[in-house]
Design a protein around this ligand. Structure first.
Ligand code: HEC
Length: 123
């Protein structure tokens, strides 16, 4: 599962790089902190994602969780775990079973979370 995710991430990143003038050889991951293809802005949990989760999720996914929510999303580690193990990105984009349950967040907000995940969940 993790392997599959990493593969997708690599494909995505190399796809983005392919459109820019970067001379990274194809598909080779680097450790450069800025290696996001130069398109999406650099996002971190602390400066960008935490506030979104606070405003839209913690009314149920607090500590302790309420309204039958199965887990808390109050820390970086918990959000990361929900992305990796609980399909968080799928759920925020689901039209059938969205999170939050009363309606999806604006597209730009959901996109920001997806970009952050694709950038490797920087803290
Ligand atoms: C009104 C309460 C409420 C809010 C607000 C809410 N959730 Fe949930 N969430 C639930 C409940 C209840 C469940 C369990 C039932 C289900 O999976 O639909 C759940 C389940 C989930 C699951 C699946 C967990 C699993 O293991 O299957 C994820 C991921 C999730 N929520 C993420 C979020 C995120 C991210 C937000 C904010 C963007 C959010 N939720 C906002 C109540 C809420």
């Amino acid at each position: 599962m993790k392997k599959y995710f990493n593969l997708c991430l690599m494909l995505l990143i190399s796809g983005l790089i392919g459109c820019s003038s970067s001379d990274n050889s194809e598909g080779v991951p680097t450790d450069e902190p800025d290696n996001n293809g130069g398109n999406a802005m650099d996002l971190t949990y602390t400066s960008d994602i935490r506030a979104i989760i606070q405003a839209n999720c913690l009314s149920c996914h607090g500590n302790p969780p309420t309204n039958n929510a199965p887990m808390s999303l109050t820390t970086y580690a918990l959000v990361k775990s929900a992305v990796e193990n609980r399909g968080l990105v799928n759920r925020i984009n689901s039209s059938v079973n969205p999170m939050p349950p009363n309606g999806r967040m604006p597209l730009a907000t959901r996109q920001m979370i997806s970009d952050w995940v694709n950038q490797g969940l920087p803290e």
